[in-house]
Structure formats: C-alpha cells, structure tokens
Design a protein around this ligand. Structure first.
Ligand code: ARG
Length: 455
C-alpha cells in the first residue's frame, strides 16, 4: 500500500503494534458503502475511466456479499480494514481496483466510515431507549396509584407513587434521546473529499456523494475534517449519561431486591445464584448495569485524553478512537436491552411498599396542616419535630396519635387533623404538574405517550 519508498517490509512487531484490523473490521459495511459512492462519483466526474468505475462498483458489491459469508476474509496481515478491503478488491477485479483510492486518503476515509458507523448506532440507541421508555410507561400506568416510600439521603421522606418514580426514568430517557439526536446531527457531515489533510486535487463532487450516503452537509475545512473526533465524544457522552441513568435504575433494583426492602421480585430467569450459598438469588444484571456505567464513562475520558494536545491534522493517535467507542456503544445497547427486560418482568410487591410507608412519612403533612391553619411553616416544622422526638423509642408513630394528644403541642390541631395523617391524602395533595398525585401521574403518562408518538 505504501511500500514504494521503503527498502524493507515492516517489522512483525511494528505490524502487530500498529494494526487496527482486529477491531476496525466491523467498519467493513460502511467502508464498502463509502467506496461504492466514491467510485461512482470518480466515474461520473471523469476522474477515472467509466469502465473502471463500473468494475470497481460491481467488485465492491460482490465483495460485500462475500465478506458477509466469510468474515474470516478480514483476518489478514493488513494494517486496517481500509487496506484489507482494497487488497481483496484488487485480488478479485485486477488493475481497475488500483484506481479506487484516487482523490482519497485513508484519513478522510476513516473519518467518513466512523461517522457512518456513529450515525447508524445513534439511531439504534435512540430506538432502544424508546423501547425502554415504552416498558417503563406500561408499568407506570399499572402502578400510578401504588404507594411507596420516597427517599432522600436513602431515608424515608414522603410517600410517592411507584408510577411517579418510574416516570422519573422516562424523563431522563427523553433527555438522553435528545442528546443522541443532537449527536447524530453533528455526526452527519461528510469528510470525504478532504484528502489526507489539504483537500482532494481532483474535481470531486462532494455534494452528490454526501447525498448518496445520506449526509446533511459536507465538511467545511479539510484539516478539521480529518482530525475531528468531536462527534465520537458526543456519542460517548450521550452513552455515558444514559448509562449513568441506567446505573441508578440498576442500583434501585438492587436495593429494592434486598429483603430489607423487598419491593421487587426478579423472575428466576433474570436472576443468578451462588455457587456456595444455596439460598442466594442475586440481581447480577442490575449490578452490571450499574458497573458498566463506569466502563463507558471511562471510554469518554480516554478519547478526550487522546485528543487533547494533538496537533492538526491527522495523527495515528486517532486510531485509538475506535475500541472504546465500539465497546461503549455495544455495552450501552446491551444495557438498554437488559433494563427493558428487567422492567417488563420485575414483580412489584405493593404490599411491601405500602407497609414501608410508616407514619413518619407523614410528618410533613402535619406541618403543612398547621401552616394552612395560619402557623408560619418554620414554627410548624419545629412543633412537629418535637412530636417526632417525643415518639422516639415509644414504638408509636405519628399516624397513631389522637387529636387530644396532638393538641398538647398546638391548639391549632382540630378534629380534622387526623385526616391529613393518611398516605392517600398525602399523595392526593400533590396534585401539581410534575407532582406525585395519582391523577398528576396519569396526566404525565398521557403527555409522555403523546410525546413518544411525535418522536
Ligand atoms: N487505521 C487508521 C485509523 O484508524 C486509518 C487511517 C490511517 N492513516 C494513516 N495515514 N496511517 O486512524
């Protein structure tokens, strides 16, 4: 491929150290698709003879079928997938194939392949995130009125509905999908025609190639186009934050699965056992969802570190963009699938959730009651705080107190005070947009469904 100015071939160690074929071969469909568009354009523009262009296009199409059948074709000694495919093409169609690389460098070629890959994966991620949203919505609908303890600092705070809790993740995923779509928009720019760094020295028709490959526009600066991997960072960031959200969901499933919570039961087919402790039923899938978030975020940081300080334009360091990116995409897609399956099939234990809604969760209701009767909230907070303090160690909870007992703390407590010490009333009271009242949650579900239909 570049042997002309060399008196000996590459050392085996150098070859092993520099080859990217073992991992970049997954780019082959994009590379062939790009080459077909490029060869057609070269022929149309009269840059290479029309007959050669035709032979190349046919050769590339046949090669695509062949590689699909025999992936081991891409296990050669080549430096990367681009040189491997070009070698295979020339081996099949002869000298015409030698004209394919006219007006193209592997630098604009790899940037184009990677953008095609990013675009395709961003679409898959968006769809997979949409499927998880659908699963969450279906469960949220079933559980719109299910009470559970809402936590802050992992301490019992106020009652919420499970539907509301699940809908929180639907919202996160809307933002994740926005980020994926934004990343797609920025990835969808064609570098081809930038040459090695300075632009192609032939009358290439970049616009038509862009259209044929589905790009929105052509890149505006050749130096930037061959060395820019912002789009890969965008994709990695979108995956990282999505994984952070899945890790929070994973952590909640782990907690809820603990006997102390007992809020969920995983189906046996989605749980694992212990080789030593016969009683165990472990939530490994949820744990790995949590763990892999770290791995994916690591790939984002790794690429940022590769890019920092790189002089323009192409540097071989850029080859380090791939393994992390591929792994991040694979792991995020798998994690989305796993999360969807877990949400679809987990059994929510409503009885356990209700039992965990102890009287303390209603302390705010009591303070709000006094506030509605005219006491400044800060004072009401202090009054209820004293009640709670006095109950410590007695085994009694707020909702067990009689009105007479309450009146010892404030004369503002009247006969209706007991009514606010009720979980359902506490939920109903939060009938604000974005609140946990079952009716608000049902509205949120309807709004989310409408939004999903428009996407
Ligand atoms: N395998 C290389 C990469 O992924 C392709 C471009 C190589 N270009 C070069 N001039 N060595 O970045």
């Amino acid at each position: 491929m570049w042997g002309g100015r060399f008196s000996e071939g590459p050392d085996e160690l150098l070859r092993r150290y520099t080859t990217s074929l073992p991992y970049d071969r997954r780019l082959w469909p994009h590379d062939l698709q790009q080459s077909v568009a490029h060869a057609r354009m070269l022929g149309r523009q009269g840059i290479i003879p029309a007959q050669d262009a035709q032979r190349i296009v046919q050769g590339l199409e046949a090669l695509a079928a062949e590689v699909r059948e025999r992936p081991e074709l891409l296990q050669g000694p080549d430096e990367d997938v681009h040189s491997a495919l070009e070698r295979l093409l020339v081996e099949r169609i002869g000298p015409s194939g030698l004209r394919l690389h006219t007006a193209r460098s592997r630098n604009d070629q790899v940037a184009t392949d990677l953008r095609l890959y990013a675009r395709a994966q961003l679409d898959r991620l968006d769809e997979a995130a949409g499927r998880l949203q659908e699963a969450l919505l279906a469960r949220a609908e079933e559980e719109a009125g299910t009470v559970m303890p809402g936590l802050t600092h992992l301490q019992p705070a106020q009652p919420v509905t499970l539907g509301h809790h699940l809908m929180a993740y639907v919202e996160m995923l809307f933002r994740d999908r926005d980020r994926l779509r934004e990343a797609r928009r920025r990835a969808n720019v064609l570098p081809l025609g930038s040459g090695a760094l300075a632009g192609a020295a032939f009358p290439v028709d970049r616009e038509t190639v862009a259209r044929e490959l589905g790009f929105d526009q052509v890149s505006a600066n050749s130096l930037d186009a061959v060395s820019d991997r912002d789009f890969a960072c965008d994709l990695l960031y979108a995956c990282s934050l999505l994984m952070v959200h899945l890790s929070r969901l994973g952590e909640e499933l782990v907690l809820w699965n603990h006997p102390a919570f007992g809020f969920v039961e995983l189906p046996d087919r989605l749980a694992t056992g212990s080789s030593m402790m016969p009683q165990k039923k472990n939530p490994d899938a949820a744990e790995l969802m949590r763990g892999r978030a770290g791995r994916v975020a690591g790939h984002l940081v790794a690429l940022l570190m590769v890019l920092k300080g790189l002089p323009l334009a192409y540097n071989r360091d850029l080859q380090e963009d791939k393994e992390g990116l591929f792994d991040a995409v694979d792991q995020t897609l798998l994690s989305l699938q796993m999360a969807t399956e877990l949400i679809r099939s987990v059994r929510f234990r409503r009885d356990r959730m209700r039992a965990a809604c102890t009287g303390d969760l209603l302390a705010t209701e009591l303070a709000d009651y006094l506030t509605r009767r005219g006491m400044p909230f800060r004072e009401a907070h202090a009054v209820v705080g004293r009640i709670v303090a006095d109950l410590q160690g007695t085994g009694r909870t707020l909702d067990r107190l009689t009105v007479d007992e309450l009146r010892r703390y404030s004369p503002l407590f009247a006969a209706d005070a007991a009514q606010c010490l009720d979980v359902e009333a506490a939920l109903r009271a939060r009938r604000v947009v974005g609140g946990t009242a079952p009716d608000s949650v049902r509205e949120a579900i309807a709004a989310a469904r409408a939004r999903l239909r428009r996407m």
